[in-house]
Design a protein around this ligand. Structure first.
Ligand SMILES: [Zn+2]
Length: 147
């Protein structure tokens, strides 16, 4: 049974707090309140879970004309929590922490060095395309992996 973190349990308050994050300091405060303290309690995936994952996650998969690779996050959180955490950290947090950086290939004008990732399904692709995950249809997040 995967862990349900504090921000999922306190969803309404969490979303309200999130909507008030406008500055880097707001973000740091928000992250401390909802993620950093709670993170100490998040269980890591066990060696057995990781072994099962690697059996299930053999090789790249081809869906909708794109090649996707499996990615694995260290914490044993629910898929919903993992997605929410990564999406918010990337789309709100990173933009405030690195306001002058590029946060998508559309902004940088070049697909090189970017991946699209779905933290819910734990898949990612270098083939930048459809915004939505081909498995769960959630909006994928852009990750800069460098060139
Ligand atoms: Zn997905």
């Amino acid at each position: 049974m995967s862990y349900e973190p504090l921000f999922m349990k306190g969803w309404e308050k969490y979303i309200k707090d999130q909507s008030n994050v406008k500055t880097k300091n707001d973000w740091i405060e928000f992250r401390r309140k909802w993620y950093d303290e709670d993170e100490k309690k998040w269980p890591k995936k066990t060696p057995q879970q990781r072994a099962e994952e690697s059996t299930k996650k053999r090789g790249p998969i081809k869906i909708g004309g794109r090649t996707l690779v499996h990615v694995s996050y260290p914490f044993d959180l629910t898929s919903e929590a993992r997605y929410e955490l990564m999406k918010t950290s990337t789309e709100i947090g990173l933009r405030l922490v690195l306001p002058n950086g590029y946060h998508s290939p559309q902004e940088s004008g070049d697909n090189q060095g970017w991946m699209q990732e779905c933290p819910y399904c734990e898949i990612a692709t270098h083939e930048i395309g459809d915004e939505n995950c081909p498995i769960c249809t959630r909006k994928m997040i852009y990750i800069w992996v460098g060139d």
